[in-house]
Design a protein around this ligand. Structure first.
Ligand SMILES: [Fe+2]
Length: 135
């Protein structure tokens, strides 16, 4: 497990918090797959699940930022795109046999750390702006 949900991670907007909790679960599932010495296919699947879910979640946030004209939208979106690219690169390298399970584990840990920091700072700032607009 890389990280656990804590109340400080809450941004106070219902569906974003629900999605964030699920993302924490999904990133942990990558570490669990490696810890349990699952097959390459299963580890790849765990990564893919995280990516699919992240994409869906980022779309939710970006939709809100777009609709309500959030001034920091471009920078925020760039962070989302960067993490999607990093995760896809990690998956590709692992798929091609260029990196080991251990490197997947460490790479995903960095993504988890990024995600916690992003939730607290970048999403927190966005939530202050969205509060009162989005329920
Ligand atoms: Fe975000």
């Amino acid at each position: 497990m890389y990280t656990e949900w804590t109340p400080e991670m809450s941004v106070g907007i219902g569906d974003i918090d629900v999605q964030h909790r699920k993302m924490v679960r999904k990133i942990n599932e990558i570490s669990e797959a490696v810890d349990a010495e699952k097959s390459k296919e299963e580890i790849l699947e765990a990564i893919k699940f995280f990516e699919v879910y992240s994409e869906e979640h980022f779309k939710t946030e970006e939709g809100y930022m777009h609709v309500y004209g959030y001034p920091e939208f471009p920078g925020h979106q760039k962070e989302h795109a960067q993490i999607m690219a990093d995760m896809a690169e990690l998956r590709e390298k692992f798929n091609q046999g260029k990196i080991t399970e251990k490197e997947v584990y460490e790479g995903s840990r960095r993504v988890a750390e990024w995600f916690v920091a992003h939730m607290k700072l970048v999403d927190g700032r966005m939530a202050v702006f969205l509060r009162g607009k989005v329920k």
